[in-house]
Design a protein around this ligand. Structure first.
Ligand code: SAM
Length: 341
């Protein structure tokens, strides 16, 4: 399995590609969740999380009894909340499941299968450092690639301690600097620099298509402005193609190619339509770049992760355990921390 978190060849991205980029507003995460992806690794894992990741979470849910409260922080489109619900149903019990996110989430509306979320309470626009739950009222807090995005992390950790109190526990799957996601993120970031800063290929595509809007039906004359814009676009394309060969994990480049190809196709029949399409494509790629920047800032060094365990023990959670999570041998997905007394 190839696990890059921000890999563009997702089920939903493929879907988005077939209909063209959708116009979106709001912050970069709300934009992603509104596009309908179930979780932030949707590239690699079709449907909900599976394999070792699912096994890790199921082992946590096994410790819960009927009616107990589970709170998934940074839940996105509720993949983990859904896993908790399905697992409880298999065990023949009901849990009180909540999903919290700072983004403007609404999984029953945006993710497919609205009915599957029945019974789960979602809290959009809610920070994980201000959880709407009483002290000690939560049996299990879960965080899958979410806690590490919060700032300051200490405040969030103490908020988690507050809601789990002396009887609950918390489980985190954390982006780590030794994970595949981390190495993929490096390539993705470099690809963004190539597209947006070094070649500015989207600007050049815009200029070229604009010149078609302004121009006549005659082919451009040699030496005309349209010809030089076209040449600059071709040079940038060559650079981006070379970049794609050097950055095989940079899925954002494949997405960029797809958008440019479709823009040029539209330009043959309606340059004005092509410009509208290109503007939406740019917004989509820019939102992805922002999420990649957040991801890079979220990835934790192993010393930082170890520090979380030390803090948990100091707060009285003496049985807290840290372990790497490999989806398959050599495919590190991050580190898990289970906080409990
Ligand atoms: C990488 S996504 C993970 C989503 C989900 N847990 C999953 O596995 O698919 C990180 C999520 O954390 C949310 N987030 C980031 N900082 C947050 C904060 N301080 N409070 C609540 N949610 C936050 C983002 O909006 C985003 O939805």
């Amino acid at each position: 399995m190839v696990p890059p978190e921000e890999h563009a060849r997702t089920v939903s991205h493929d879907h988005a590609m077939s209909i063209g980029p959708t116009p979106e507003s709001g912050d970069a995460w709300s934009t992603l969740w509104r596009a309908g992806v179930l979780h932030s690794c949707s590239t690699a894992i079709d449907g909900n999380y599976d394999g070792e990741m699912a096994a890790f979470w199921k082992a946590r849910f096994d410790g819960l009894g009927t009616g107990q409260r589970v709170v998934d922080i940074g839940t996105g489109n509720g993949a983990l909340a859904l896993l908790a619900k399905h697992h409880a149903a298999q065990r023949g019990l009901d849990l009180d499941i909540h999903g919290v996110d700072a983004a403007d989430i609404d999984p029953p509306r945006w993710a497919s299968g609205a009915d599957s979320f029945a019974g789960i309470t979602f809290h959009p626009r809610t920070g994980m450092d201000t959880l709407p739950f009483d002290d000690g009222s939560v049996a299990l807090v879960t965080s899958q690639y979410a806690f590490e995005y919060s700032r300051p992390r200490d405040a969030t950790l103490h908020e988690v301690f507050r809601v789990i109190g002396s009887t609950g526990s918390a489980a985190f799957l954390i982006h780590s600097s030794d994970s595949l996601i981390s190495s993929t993120a490096d390539q993705q970031r470099e690809a963004c620099d190539l597209v947006f800063d070094r070649t500015r290929i989207l600007d050049l595509a815009h200029d070229w298509v604009s010149s078609l809007v302004k121009g006549t039906t005659q082919p451009p004359r040699a030496g005309s402005e349209a010809t030089s814009i076209h040449r600059a676009f071709q040079q940038a394309s060559t650079q981006v193609v070379a970049g794609a060969a050097a950055l095989p994990e940079a899925a954002i480049l494949r997405k960029t190619f797809h958008y440019l190809h479709t823009t040029l196709e539209h330009a043959q029949t309606s340059p004005a339509h092509a410009l509208e399409y290109l503007a939406r494509a740019r917004a989509d790629l820019e939102a992805e770049r922002v999420r990649l920047q957040h991801l890079s800032a979220a990835i934790m060094a192993l010393t930082e992760i170890e520090q979380l365990r030390t803090q948990s023990i100091a707060a009285g959670y003496g049985s807290s355990v840290l372990a790497p999570l490999d989806q398959s041998p050599g495919s590190r997905m991050g580190w898990t921390l289970v906080v409990s007394r």
